[in-house]
Design a binder for this molecule. Structure first.
Ligand code: PEP
Ligand code: MG
Length: 897
């Protein structure tokens, strides 16, 4: 009987025209290992080697840092194979095999983990290498590099110590550059390096190649847990449990004279996407010299050299034969992987070796161009092209951004509340922003936090900074809607309004000083920065078209002004998912009538004031319906507490009293009377409509009259969707439904027009979600208001959470800010329950989302999985949502296949 106890395979070989693994085995072999195997199988010249699997690393960490028992033997066998293929022997004094030992995780973590080169050198093998290469200087230079790297990475010694020793030797020999050192010079350096190691550690530098190898393997495993790697993993959501693989590969030398070289290449330009080989190389150098910046690398192609005006020859000119071979290899690699490749190579005495290939990192602009070009070249399908672009990265393309080459003098950091960048003079009040903005100045509004009264100042400003507030604070939501860059919750900023300055990181910034804000990173910079303008036609439009071919979810916009609505349409919105009518109440032309309404003693007084607001509201809706040309428009009736519309300070009260002829004391008293301890849970939402039905009646009347007017003018008839905010109970919904129908029907009868309309509700309270069946009796649609739903589910204030959420994220309690990315477990469960219970009563209940999550790609994937009908987000996020919705739909199709 065959032995069923098959030992786990920890080591996979590659090179010599074949491999044990392939590109699909990234999880086991890491990205580098899997691609080395794939390149070997393609018959490309890969120096032979082997990969120790990520599973070995996982085993090592879950077993008190002990290797699997059979690893030793498998590594030994791997090494024997490399010896056979290279004809060299590890540790052999006459014909030594030298290897590199490199990390290689599943996801690329550039520079985060450790590497050792030239391993296998010792006092004997260095002589063998010198004889083989016929170059003693090269051999001792390699040996000193190895001692330096190994001592640093494996033995934990500071590399400065070695640099100082080297500097002493250069001083002694009176030379300034490394290349001036002779063989004797390097030999002397090696001697001093070894003495320094022995002095520091109390034992000599390890001479046994086997001991060196296991030391390096352990160091690579250990580097998985170093602080840099941990930090990088957290930033990029890479699980610790993945572990890293270790690649042991025979060395090839780019520093064996003038026919040797080493370099890096991208098959297309990673910053512009241009379809042209891009990269650099150095003659007579080892890999680290290219990145170390000591010597200036040369261009690969002649055309690039000419464009750069570089005098040094390109690879195409210096090594023409190898270049032709290399060009063939990179073309093969790109078409094999169907994507732009990032490649490392070495030329040893005129022979080309491929050391790495992977899908290259690229800017958003390049990602877009490369995806569209590859599809047009027939290499990938439209759907694949759609999957190639990160939706969130489109932000970089929709707004002006800071030129990556521009210096950044960061003076404060907060939340990246609204993307894009802007430069302007500091102002501290909305009035100043308005005045200076009207005078043609570019200004940045810096506030503790913003409130609805600041709206015009925010509109006049190029960008907004707040010291307080989270990602769904007023400033953040409004700025995103307007497409203004915004940094919110920059807690280190201290504003002194009297002195008209803010203080941050020990610097005082005065009103009128120039700052730049980067709403995509949350940074505030001193001075002006160079900007890059967005480009919305061309490749962008093409990819968006392809995305729309695959998308199931509709994408609407949150918009209430004509400007927002036009922007939304320009970005491809298929309707308005949330028109917050309160914004219309703040208009300075209306605020007097609004205040009169609030201050009225009885219903009759309120109705009188409301009659003044009615024509203005109607006009707003006529304009919106006109712009949206028959697309659905969801209008939400008044939501915020009324006291927000009242003046607060004595000066404001005096100004209102003077303007309206109302009594200042009465105004102040009423404002005090209406003060609420917790307005978020106070007299807001449909509670207003229940207490003062005449307000909602006026709004419904304005909506239906506007719809009739637009239809009568021969334009496409609007289908208004009238939405009630903050509903919690079936009885509330019934009351609101009756109010809406009664009012709407009266208008329709009076005008004799045929307008269809829908009545629905926000679902933004846990009770509403749980009792969705009750609401569905009278609601034809639900729109998930996930800002309030997140706030009320967690019991965390959407305005104040910025102050403490970071602690939660740092401690890993929250993976992400739940106001940015939907908490699928809790809030998501409520959405699922609401959808299910709502459909049980009204199978065709229309379902959408209009909280800020409607523009977040991960949350959109969730919306697809629940089968919502649409997502609604601020105008500038519409393209992101279109792409994310397409990717979610393609993801579902692929899963079903
Ligand atoms: C919500 O709560 O998610 C919502 C869209 O309403 P608002 O942000 O206006 O409270
Ligand atoms: Mg809400």
């Amino acid at each position: 009987m065959a032995d069923t106890m098959v030992d786990t395979r920890w080591v996979y070989a590659f090179g010599g025209g074949g491999a044990d693994g392939d590109a699909s085995m990234k999880n086991l072999l890491g990205g580098k290992g899997a691609n080395l195997a794939e390149m070997s199988s393609l018959g490309l010249p890969v120096p032979p080697g082997f990969t120790i699997t990520t599973e070995a690393c996982v085993h090592y960490y879950s077993n008190a840092q002990v290797y699997p028992a059979s690893l030793d033997g498998q590594v030994e066998a791997g090494l024997r194979r490399v010896e056979e293929l290279t004809g060299k022997t590890f540790g052999d004094a006459a014909n030594p095999l030298l290897v590199s030992v490199r990390s290689g995780a599943r996801a690329s973590m550039p520079g985060m983990m450790d590497t050792v080169l030239n391993l296998g050198l010792n006092d004997q093998t260095v002589e063998g290498l010198a004889a083989l290469a016929g170059d003693r200087r090269f051999a001792f230079d390699s040996y000193r590099r190895f001692i330096q790297m190994y001592s640093n990475v494996v033995l934990g010694l500071d590399h400065h110590m070695f640099e100082e020793i080297l500097d002493e030797h250069k001083d002694r020999l009176d030379v300034t550059v490394d290349t001036a050192l002779t063989a004797e010079g390097w030999e002397a350096v090696v001697g001093d390096y070894k003495k320094a190691v022995e002095r520091e550690l109390g034992h000599p530098f390890p001479q046994d190649p086997q001991a060196q190898l296991w030391g390096a393997i352990s160091a690579v495993f250990a580097s998985w847990m170093n602080d840099r790697a941990k930090f990088y993993r957290r930033m990029h959501d890479i699980p610790e449990s993945w572990g890293t693989a270790v690649n042991v590969q025979s060395m090839v030398f780019g520093n064996m004279g003038e026919t040797s070289a080493t370099g890096v290449a991208f098959t297309r330009n990673p910053s512009t996407g241009q379809n042209r080989l891009y990269g650099e190389f150095l003659i007579n150098a080892q890999g680290e010299d290219v990145v170390a910046g000591i010597r200036t690398p040369q261009a690969l192609t002649q055309i690039a050299r000419e464009e750069m005006g570089d005098k040094n020859p390109s690879m195409e000119e210096a090594l023409p034969e190898v270049f032709t071979q290399f060009k063939g290899v990179v073309e093969k690699l790109e078409s094999h992987y169907s994507d732009m490749q990032d490649i490392e190579f070495t030329v040893e005495r005129g022979r080309l070796y491929m050391l790495q290939t992977r899908n290259g990192k690229r800017t958003a602009k390049a990602a877009l161009k490369i995806a569209v070009d590859l599809a047009n070249e027939g290499v990938i399908t439209h759907k694949e092209a759609v999957m190639r672009v990160e939706p969130a990265s489109l932000d970089q393309l929709l707004h002006p951004t800071i030129d990556p080459k521009s210096p950044r003098n960061v003076i404060a950091a907060g939340l990246p509340a609204s993307p894009g960048a802007a430069t302007g003079k500091v102002v501290f009040t909305a009035e100043d922003a308005e005045h200076q903005g009207a005078a043609g100045e570019s200004v940045i509004l810096v506030r503790e936090e913003t409130s609805p009264e600041d709206i015009r100042g925010m509109d006049a400003a190029r960008g907004i900074v707040t010291a307080r507030g989270g990602m769904t604070s007023h400033a953040a939501v409004v700025a995103r809607g307007m497409g203004r860059p915004c940094v919110s919750g920059a807690g280190e900023i201290r504003i002194d309004h009297k002195a008209e300055v803010f203080v941050t990181r020990g610097q005082t910034i005065k009103a009128g000083d120039i700052i730049t804000i980067d709403g995509s990173t949350g940074e505030v910079l001193l001075g002006a920065a160079k900007m890059v303008e967005p480009e919305l036609s061309g490749d962008f439009a093409t990819l968006m078209g392809w995305a729309d071919e695959s998308r199931r979810l509709k994408v609407r916009a949150n918009a209430e002004t004509a400007v927002d609505a036009r922007t939304a349409r320009q970005f491809g919105a298929e309707g308005i998912g949330l028109c917050r009518t309160e914004h219309m109440f703040f208009d300075p032309d209306r605020i007097a009538a609004v205040r009169e309404m609030i201050l009225a003693d009885d219903e009759a007084g309120r109705r009188l004031a409301l009659a003044k607001i009615l024509p203005m509201q109607r006009q707003d809706f006529v304009e919106l319906f006109g712009i949206m040309e028959g697309l659905p428009v969801t209008i939400r009736l008044l939501d915020p507490p009324l006291h927000e519309f009242l003046p607060h300070t004595e000066e404001e009260v005096a100004a209102v009293a003077a303007a309206t002829g109302l009594d200042a004391d009465k105004l102040l008293n009423r404002a005090r009377e209406m003060h609420e301890v917790n307005p978020m849970l106070g007299h807001r939402g449909c509670r207003l409509g229940v207490s003062y039905p005449e307000i909602y009646e006026m709004q419904v009347q304005a909506i239906i009259e506007a719809a009739c007017e637009v239809a009568a003018s021969g334009r496409p008839a609007p289908i208004p969707e009238i939405m009630h905010p903050l509903v919690a109970k079936g009885e509330e919904m019934k009351f609101l439904r009756e109010l809406t129908d009664r009012t709407a029907k009266a208008v329709i009868a009076e005008k004799g027009c045929e307008i269809e309309y829908m009545v629905g509700t926000m679902v933004e309270l846990p009770r509403a979600a749980l009792r969705a069946a009750d609401l569905a009796e009278n609601a034809e649609f639900f729109s998930f208001g996930t800002n309030d739903l997140t706030q009320t589910t967690f019991g965390i204030s959407r305005d104040d959470s910025g102050r403490f959420l970071n602690a939660y994220i740092d401690k890993g309690i929250f993976e992400k800010d739940p106001f940015v990315t939907l908490d699928q477990e809790g809030v998501g469960d409520l959405i699922r329950i609401a959808a299910e219970r709502g459909r049980s009563v009204r199978p065709n209940v229309k379902l959408g989302i209009c909280g800020e999550h409607g523009g977040d790609p991960a949350s959109i994937t969730f919306c697809e999985s629940v089968g919502l009908d649409y997502v609604s987000c601020s105008a500038y996020r519409v393209p992101i949502a279109r792409l994310a919705a397409a990717q979610a739909a393609i993801g579902v199709m692929e899963k079903d296949r």
